[in-house]
Each structure stands twice: as structure tokens, then as C-alpha cells.
Design a protein around this ligand. Structure first.
Ligand code: ATP
Ligand code: MG
Length: 596
């Protein structure tokens, strides 16, 4: 079975069950600056999971391109990719039965039974029911055991040996329950991919068990560090991995053998004149495919944000190409395969073919100039040498080595590596350098992604001023709901139910301009999320739990959690003007503004 077959079947199956087909969103989240990439099918749907009405209704289905940089170190194993596709079906509060167990509505019983029907019914995927195992949420001090899912799987015919009861790390989404936002227990479906007979008991640690599908039951909204409140609307959110399911369907044992990845590997073998496939080739195939999709969604290599991730992926490809003797200037051959195998469902690839090839070639040429020298530099460190953040910064600044690459090389050469410390020092060096170059007006980001030019940085800071001014003038109920910046304007969505009067607009404008005139310093600090919240910082907390966060303070006026970068003083912004005020959706207003 091919990727196209599977996508079509999935959409058709759920269409028959009353779902509306919605399109795959961009890999770059449109209104959520808190994460760089779309990491799951549910991600673009968050506002609707929180209760906003979706125009297509309460039952939705789609295929969604996803990217998880957090899985980059797993790439090369049998089942983790950075770029992959998720097939998803949702119930947005489509519950008829008041007990929440299901009935005429769409909750656990429906979701699980439909997953099972799609996987095993002869008309659909026809997979062997005996090769499955599942996991469910065991319960803990905050949240109860998922008795309903347990009962449903048992009724389907699963023995208790094949139902693992696991904690929030495994059976909660988003994992661990630390993150803020909509969430709940999940049940995961595994398929046996080993040659040996299916073991009697399901063991998560055995890698022949492939997790292919996750059915999440969103019952809670986590509103701060301590509070899980029941979600106003209960949702079903499922995600089936396209690549992994194709492994099951075609009786393979790894994702690199499926119809969209195998041709890339085959081509790598031919071009590099190698005889056998290896891990480096898997990494090249995965990263290159990811890069093609990222560029098609409008990102080009740079030193910040998505552009930096793209650069990191491409430079890792170029690095491994050297190991396997892949000829220079041949990556376009691989790009063409990615486009050919995906163009039917992702027309943006073919539309951007020239741009994609061009950007990848540019990056290859650039990095090939320094790759060799950087590797030689690393080779000079004696075995056991304790590599520092300063070393990684020097390698990054001089030879364009992303710090993660230097760490990888250092490990391979048996240098002493303390990853966390190195990355911390690297960031400190980077910040120092950024400050220096900014005062010298040589912006580190110059020449990078258009999205990070000086004007964009100015708009970032103007957004903070606007946010604070709105809260001061309209009230503390104003919260950021989205932000989008181009080099021509800023766009800011915020919670507020009425149209702003022209008087209010004028007041907001005046206050922002007053703060610009005061030429206030923009101060940067790093702290734990808890400290940031205690200090009264506002901003998007989702996805930031556990990490150090950056807090930008505009003296006496604004304090926000934000990734930056920002101008050094507000006086750099010029004149601020609101050009439009309109409704964005129910309870949310949208402002567009320019700097003149
Ligand atoms: P794993 O534990 O194997 O990393 P996960 O629990 O992180 O998976 P989910 O977040 O539940 O996965 O994602 C839903 C589905 O998406 C998974 O069941 C799987 O089929 C697929 N998936 C998740 N991560 C990857 C990946 N890195 N590469 C390919 N498919 C993936
Ligand atoms: Mg994972």
C-alpha cells in the first residue's frame, strides 16, 4: 500500500463516519509564535479544541505535515523521523451522551471502535488483529485511571496482557501533563513488526512494537502550574503516523522502506556508489525530505528560528554526505524524488521546486567552503579534551558549525562532552556577541531570513508596546491570541469583545508613541518559568514549561516572556500607527499597525 492509498482510505473512512475533510496546515504555525513548527495534527486546531467554532463542523479529519526537532537524535532508528505525516480525526465537543462514555455522541467508545474498525476491517486496512497491543492511562494523584478506555479495549477482545497501564509520561497528551492548554489521557495503539511470533505480553521497551496511533481524550485545560480544570468542551484528538502505519501494512520493519522514503535511499546508494544502506543515509534522507517541505512553506536557511532549524538539518545532510561519498551538487536529484512522490497531496512542493533546489544548493556551497576546515579544527583537540561552549561558538562563528554538530563530532572523537553546559555557554557567548554586534549596528541577523531583518526586530518590540498599551487602556482581560509580523506591518490578535472606539485607538497609539519617545531601554533576562510568572511577566506560556524562559522588560511599562530578539531602546522604533482594527473571531479583535 502506498502513502496516497492510505491517505485516501483514511479520509474516506472518516468521511463515511460524518467527518468533514479539512486541509493540511502549513508546517509553520500561523498564529502561534511559541513553537517553531507544527508538531501534530491537533496543533493548528488548538483554538477550536478550546471552544471556538470550526467552520467545517464538529467532526473533522485530515492529513497533516508535522516536524519534530525533539526527535532529531532518534532519527536513524526504525521509526522516528523529523518530518512525518499525521492522519487525524477529531470530535470537537460532539458529545451527545451526558455521562461522557459515549452513545449517540463521539467520545471514547466511538473513537476507539472506529480506530479498531479502520485498522482491522477487511474493507479497510485489514491488519491482523492478533498483532496489536494497546496502552492506557494508569491514573495518578491528579487524575483518575482511564477505566472507560480499559473497558472498551477489553470488550473489543484484548487480553490484559496486551493492555499496558502507563503514567503521564506515556499516556497523556501533551506528554507528562506539564504543558499548559487542552489535554487529557490517551490510549496508544501498537503493532508487532518483528519476525518472531507475537509475544504473549506487550512490552513497551521492545522496539518491534511500533506505536502507530494515539487517541487522545481531551477532558482538561491546564491553566497554570497547579490547576487542571475540566475543558468546557470535551474533544477527541487522534493522530495516526502515516509512515509507521505503512510499515505495518507492507510488513516492513522500518520507515525507510516505504514508498516515499525508499526511492530516496535507493538514489543515495546509486549516487554515492555505496553498497549497503546505513544510518548516515537514513539521516540524509529524513533531513533532506524535511528541508524540502520546510522551504516549500516559505522558510529559507538563516541563523534564527525556523531558518536556523532548516540550516541545521541541511548542514547535517552535507556533513554526512562527506562520510558516504555522496557527490557534491547532487542533492537536487533527491529533491526531485521528494517532490515527485508527494506532489499529488502537497502541490506547494512542485510550485516551489526552483526555489527549493536553489536554496539547498546555496547552503551546500556555503557550508562546503568551511566544513573541511572546521572538521580539521575539531580533529586537533586531543582525545579526552573537555570541549567548551566557547569552542562551539568559535566553530559556529568561523566555520558555520551549528553547536549540535560540534557536539556530535566531539562525541564521535571521544572528547569530553557535557552537552547541557556547552549549550548554556554557547548561548551566553551568542548573546554577548549579539549585544556587541547590535550596538555596532552590524546585526548578527543581517543577510539571514528576511523575517529577521532590523525592521522585523522593531516590529517585535512594537508588538510588546502595543500589548502593554492595550492592557493599560482596555483592561487586564486583554491577552495575546496571535501575532504575525512581516517587514511591512505587525498584526496582533487579542481577547476583547467589543470593537475599539476611535478614541480608544487614538489613546493606544498615543501611549505607544509616548513610550517610544521616552527611549526606554529593553532589558533581557533569563529565568525559570515560575520566576517569570511571579515577576508578573505576561506572554504565551504554552510549551515553555520546565525550560528557562527569556523575559524582555521595557522599563516601567511592559514585561513579557518572548524569544526575542528586540531593539536595544524603544527610541529606535520611529512613529507607531494603527492602520486597522477589526474582528478576528468571536471575542477576539485584530489590530494591524505600522512603523513610519
Ligand atoms: P513515540 O513515543 O514513538 O516517539 P509519540 O508518543 O511521541 O511516539 P504521538 O505524539 O502520540 O507519538 O504522535 C502520534 C503518532 O504520530 C504516533 O503514534 C506515531 O505513529 C506518529 N509519530 C510520532 N512521532 C513520530 C516520528 N518522530 N516519526 C514518525 N512518526 C511519528
Ligand atoms: Mg515521540
Amino acid at each position: 500500500m502506498t502513502s496516497n492509498d492510505l491517505r485516501t482510505k483514511y479520509l474516506n473512512f472518516f468521511k463515511k463516519k460524518g467527518h468533514a475533510i479539512i486541509p493540511s496546515a502549513s508546517l509553520i504555525p500561523e498564529n502561534d509564535p511559541s513553537v517553531l513548527f507544527t508538531t501534530a495534527g491537533m496543533h493548528p486546531l488548538v483554538p477550536f479544541l478550546l471552544g471556538e467554532k470550526h467552520p467545517a463542523g464538529q467532526r473533522l479529519v485530515n492529513y497533516q505535515k508535522c516536524l519534530r526537532t525533539s526527535d532529531i537524535d532518534e532519527v536513524g532508528d526504525n521509526h522516528h523521523l523529523t518530518f512525518f505525516e499525521m492522519l487525524g480525526n477529531w470530535s470537537l465537543g460532539d458529545l451527545a451522551a451526558p455521562d461522557g462514555i459515549g452513545g449517540a455522541g463521539y467520545w471514547k467508545k466511538e473513537a476507539i471502535n472506529w480506530s479498531w474498525e479502520f485498522l482491522t476491517d477487511k474493507k479497510w486496512l485489514n491488519l491482523d488483529p492478533d498483532k496489536f497491543a494497546v496502552s492506557i492511562f494508569a491514573g495518578d494523584e491528579d487524575s483518575p485511571f482511564d477505566q472507560e478506555s480499559f473497558a472498551i479495549w477489553k470488550k473489543i477482545g484484548f487480553s490484559e496482557n496486551k493492555i499496558a497501564k502507563l503514567d503521564k509520561e506515556e499516556n497523556w497528551w501533551p506528554a507528562s501533563g506539564h504543558q499548559l492548554g487542552p489535554q487529557g489521557p490517551c490510549t496508544e495503539i501498537f503493532y508487532w513488526t518483528g519476525d518472531k511470533p507475537v509475544p504473549e505480553k506487550f512490552d513497551l521497551k521492545n522496539n518491534y512494537w511500533f506505536e502507530i496511533w494515539n487517541d487522545v481524550f481531551m477532558q482538561y485545560n491546564k491553566i497554570d502550574e497547579y490547576q487542571f480544570v475540566p475543558l468546557k468542551q470535551k474533544n477527541v484528538d487522534t493522530g495516526m503516523g502515516l509512515e509507521r502505519t505503512l510499515v505495518a501494512l507492507n510488513e516492513l520493519n522500518n520507515v525507510y522502506e516505504i514508498d516515499t522514503l525508499r526511492p530516496i535511499l535507493d538514489k543515495i546508494i546509486v549516487l554515492s556508489a555505496a553498497k549497503t544502506k546505513n544510518k548516515a543515509m537514513r539521516i540524509i534522507a529524513d533531513h533532506l525530505r524535511a528541508a524540502v517541505f520546510i522551504i516549500a512553506d516559505g522558510v529559507i536557511p538563516s541563523n534564527v528560528k525556523q531558518g536556523y532549524v532548516l540550516r541545521r538539518l541541511l548542514r547535517r545532510v552535507i556533513r554526512y554526505n562527506k562520510d558516504i561519498g555522496f557527490p557534491k551538487d547532487s542533492l537536487s536529484e533527491l529533491v526531485k524524488i521528494v517532490i515527485k512522490t508527494n506532489k499529488e497531496y502537497y502541490p506547494e512542493l512542485e510550485k516551489n521546486e526552483k526555489l527549493i533546489i536553489n536554496e539547498i544548493e546555496k547552503e551546500e556551497n556555503k557550508f562546503n567552503e568551511t566544513l573541511e576546515k572546521g572538521l580539521k579544527k575539531i580533529a586537533k583537540f586531543p582525545v579526552g579534551y573537555k570541549i567548551t561552549g566557547k569552542d562551539t561558538f568559535a566553530l559556529s562563528a568561523t566555520f558555520g558549525f551549528p553547536p549540535e554538530m560540534t557536539i556530535e563530532e566531539a562525541k564521535a572523537r571521544h572528547l569530553s562532552v557535557n552537552e547541557e553546559k556547552i549549550m548554556k555557554e554557547f548561548k551566553e557567548e551568542f548573546q554577548k556577541h549579539q549585544k556587541l554586534s547590535r550596538t555596532a549596528s552590524v546585526g548578527m541577523f543581517k543577510g539571514g531570513l528576511a523575517g529577521q531583518s532590523e525592521i522585523i526586530i522593531k516590529y517585535h518590540t512594537a508588538t510588546h508596546l502595543l500589548h502593554a498599551a492595550l492592557r493599560q487602556i482596555l483592561g487586564d482581560h486583554v491577552e495575546q491570541k496571535g501575532s504575525n509580523i512581516t517587514d511591512e506591518r505587525l498584526r496582533f490578535d487579542f481577547s476583547h469583545s467589543e470593537k475599539l472606539t476611535s478614541e480608544e485607538i487614538k489613546k493606544v497609539e498615543d501611549l505607544v508613541n509616548k513610550k517610544i519617545k521616552e527611549n526606554l531601554p529593553v532589558i533581557y533576562q533569563e529565568m525559570s518559568l515560575v520566576d517569570a510568572q511571579k515577576s508578573g511577566a505576561i506572554g504565551l506560556f504554552a510549551n515553555k514549561y520546565g525550560d528557562k524562559v527569556k523575559v524582555y522588560t521595557i522599563k516601567g511599562f511592559s514585561k513579557e516572556i518572548c524569544g526575542g530578539p528586540h531593539v536595544v531602546r524603544t527610541g529606535e522604533l520611529g512613529n507607531f500607527k494603527i492602520t486597522k482594527e477589526e474582528a478576528s473571531s468571536a471575542g477576539i479583535r485584530r489590530i494591524k499597525a505600522i512603523l513610519q
